[in-house]
Design a protein around this ligand. Structure first.
Ligand SMILES: Cc1cc2nc3c(=O)[nH]c(=O)nc-3n(C[C@H](O)[C@H](O)[C@H](O)COP(=O)(O)O)c2cc1C
Length: 462
């Protein structure tokens, strides 16, 4: 089954093509910090080829709903570090979805401040969940041009913090009617400055953010999620075909990891002039890896991959009640149904208490044999300072270290050693992590490594 074969999305290495879609579970604390149960939640699902976190607020001003996590201060970074470390030790790969809710919020959960938006236009015909019950949407406050620029800065700052928290990349939440989508859709954006009016202007906010994210993360580690044919949260663009065709053409100029595209929903049928087959219409415009989502089951996902319509498929609701979704797909086991009453908010129930059918992992440990010829001790020291903690964060430990085998021409030395990882997958994930790649860049010219990742027992070393 193609669904269970490895692939890569940019620089993200996936052991299989079953991606966990971002899902808000509203279990952070009041300060937007995630705790131990969230660590457990993601670890339970770490066999997914890629985990995309729940949408995470890029600033205090981005918050629209209670108990959703943030990534704008150090305490939040520390909380997320525990998640990324634990997932990496399991050999998983995890990116953070960056979120600004814009007008999809309420002053009740924003300390009395009105939500902000491209224009002062309220969402009609929907209510917002607040601690005191569902309420009508308020008319948001339109951001000034300076504030729009400051919001772009907030995304960059959040991206830096996500990197510090040990993620493998970030995904911009450009879907479902949140702030970036609000800028794109003419039903929400009637600005007259450089961020409104023409399609080029409406796409500017998204593209400026992406440029900053790529600036922080480099090539192949930034994705974007789009839902061109979803009317939720008042996204009734007059011409989504034109808007998103332009945007996707522009995305092709950026070294993105992937485009995460939602397929058409029943909404599209209400708007006959909208494209009805989202993946076919927009997917083919994108020249990078395509990740698709929306109501796929195992067979439909595999068929889409076999047809070459996408490189990987993400699953949302199925991952709630099936932490072992990949295993169930493997063995053809039936899927458990999730309890919708505990989707958003609450404690461990309906969060980390769904049973797994997967037997305890028997994955062989990974061993890393290093033969380093060190030519520049100073640069090698800088490498070690970064690589040491990175290796440790993937559960690696040095189990045997050879003596300096030879000293040639003064500072040149050759030293073999073995490093043990909890699993082969953890070793592989570590070497492809951004932190380790940064360490290698520091090392350039300082040492030559012969690296061999082996399974099994290392030979004894004196
Ligand atoms: C509980 C829940 C929370 C969700 N939260 C988010 C979110 O934070 N960000 C996002 O982009 N999509 C979110 N979604 C949408 C999912 O990522 C996905 O698009 C949707 O569930 C459809 O995929 P599925 O049919 O495989 O469930 C959420 C869905 C669910 C069920």
């Amino acid at each position: 089954m193609k669904l269970l074969t490895p692939t890569r999305l940019g620089k993200l290495l996936l052991g299989n093509r079953v991606v966990m879609a971002p899902m808000t579970r509203s279990r952070a604390d009041i300060a937007g910090i995630v705790g131990e149960k969230t660590v457990r939640y993601y670890v339970q699902r770490a066999t997914a080829g890629l985990l995309i976190t729940e949408a995470t607020n890029v600033s205090a001003d981005a918050v629209g709903s209670p108990m959703t996590p943030g990534i704008w201060n150090e305490a939040q970074v520390e909380g997320w570090k525990k998640v990324t470390r634990a997932v990496h030790v399991e050999g998983g790969t995890i990116v953070m979805q960056l979120w600004h809710t814009g007008r999809v919020g309420h002053s009740d959960v924003r300390g009395g401040r009105l939500p902000v938006a491209p224009s002062a236009i309220a969402i009609q015909g929907q209510k917002h969940f607040t601690p005191s019950g569902p309420k009508d949407y308020e008319v948001p406050r339109a951001l000034t041009t300076e504030e729009v620029r400051a919001t772009v800065d907030d995304f960059e700052s959040a991206a830096r913090k996500a990197k510090a928290a040990g993620f493998d990349g970030v995904e911009l939440h450009g879907a479902f009617g949140y702030l970036p989508h609000q800028f794109l859709a003419d039903s929400a954006n009637q600005r007259t400055d450089a961020y409104g009016g023409s399609i080029e202007n409406r796409a500017r906010f998204v593209l400026e953010i992406l440029e900053r994210l790529v600036g922080v993360w480099g090539e192949g580690r930034v994705g974007i999620r789009l839902s061109p044919t979803l009317a939720y949260n008042g996204m009734v663009d007059s011409d989504p075909r034109a808007t998103f065709s332009y945007l996707i053409e522009q995305l092709n100029a950026l070294p993105l990891a992937y485009l995460h595209l939602m397929r058409a929903t029943p909404d599209a049928e209400r708007f006959p002039h909208w494209p009805q087959d989202t993946i076919a219409t927009f997917g083919r415009l994108f020249r990078g890896p395509l990740l698709v989502n929306g109501g796929y089951d195992r067979d439909a996902a595999d068929a889409a991959l076999e047809a070459g319509a996408a490189q990987a498929v993400s699953f949302g609701a199925p991952f709630v009640a099936n932490p072992d979704l990949v295993h169930r797909f493997q063995v053809g086991a039936p899927l458990a149904a999730g309890d919708r009453g505990t989707f958003y908010g609450g404690g461990e129930q309906g969060y980390i208490d769904y049973p797994s059918l997967r037997p305890e992992p028997t994955a062989p440990k990974g061993y890393w044999l290093v033969l380093a010829t060190i030519t520049d001790p100073a640069r090698f020291g800088a490498y070690t300072a970064l690589a040491g903690p990175t290796l440790a964060s993937y559960g690696a430990r040095v189990i045997a270290r050879g003596d300096v085998a030879e000293v040639v021409e003064g500072s040149v030395s050759r030293r073999p050693y073995f490093v043990e990882f909890p699993s082969f997958a953890a070793a592989r994930a570590c070497f492809h992590s951004p932190a380790y790649q940064d360490a290698i860049a520091l090392r350039a010219g300082a040492a030559e490594f012969d690296i061999l990742i082996v399974e099994g027992t290392p030979p004894p070393m004196s």
